[in-house]
Ligand binder design. Structure first.
Ligand SMILES: *Cc1c(COP(=O)(O)O)cnc(C)c1O
Length: 233
């Protein structure tokens, strides 16, 4: 077995263990491969190893790997900060845009999706630790946006995603994950138009077990699947 396959197998086992410890069904939790800076062959290897979807951060990388057929067989999610002038390249290409981090972007995606005659799945990105350096809705603003989804029939709101601070120790982000889960449960019960809240995307290589303990339904894992990224390339 190659390294990527071994890594995916190990992570899935760790995910299942975390689910069972939390009294959850492991089948409720998806593994999204965070594929940034990994090439089409690595993406294909992750898909062959059984990841549930791929998450791409940069529009240029997404476009290149998409042209190479790298994502065939699995849904493609966009998980990076999306600049408005690049949204056109992602709407209708990504099955889900997880990183909708402000209302102007949401409105633009809605316009582009309507113009293309499609319905675009989205998540709202929540800046749950209120970090200055990060974009995203506050929890309160995310609730307002969910309630306003009735105005956007070309969108389908599927849930929420969060990127809490880089954690040094296990347990560090548990309270943020719990706050996200509370938001998710609250909004799931509302049944707003153009919404079907079934995705809570949180947890990365360093903290996915805690995210699962708190109720994550999708973890986004890069380093633990592909190894450390080389930022000098
Ligand atoms: C890179 C990235 C991940 C994965 O991070 P790792 O620590 O490498 O697992 C998850 N989510 C987003 C939005 C990312 O950019």
């Amino acid at each position: 077995m190659d390294t990527i396959a071994e890594n995916v197998k190990r992570i899935k086992q760790q995910m299942a263990d975390a689910a069972i410890r939390a009294g959850r069904d492991p089948a409720e939790i998806q593994l999204c491969a965070a594929t940034k800076m990994n090439d089409a062959d690595a993406v294909r290897a992750a898909i062959a190893a059984g990841v549930d979807c791929c998450g791409e951060n940069r529009v240029q990388e997404l476009t290149q790997k998409h042209a190479l057929g790298a994502y065939v067989g699995r849904p493609l999610h966009f998980i990076g900060h999306l600049q408005k002038n690049k949204a056109r390249q992602v709407v209708g290409v990504a099955d889900c845009i997880q990183s909708v981090d402000n209302l102007a972007l949401l409105e633009l995606i809605a316009q582009l999706a309507a113009a293309r005659g499609i319905r675009q799945d989205i998540l709202l990105e929540v800046n749950i630790a209120s970090e200055q350096s990060k974009s995203g809705f506050s929890a309160a603003a995310a609730k307002d946006a969910a309630a306003a989804m009735t105005a956007y029939p070309a969108l389908f709101l599927r849930g929420f995603m969060a990127i809490p601070p880089v954690s040094e120790n296990s347990g560090d982000n548990l309270r943020y994950f719990e706050e996200m889960h509370a938001l998710y449960v609250d909004m799931r019960a509302k049944k707003y138009d153009n919404t079907r809240i079934d995705c809570l995307s949180m947890g990365m290589s360093g903290d996915f077990a805690d995210a699962i303990a708190a109720g994550s339904t999708m973890v986004r894992v890069g380093t633990a699947i592909f190894g450390a990224r080389n930022y000098n390339n």
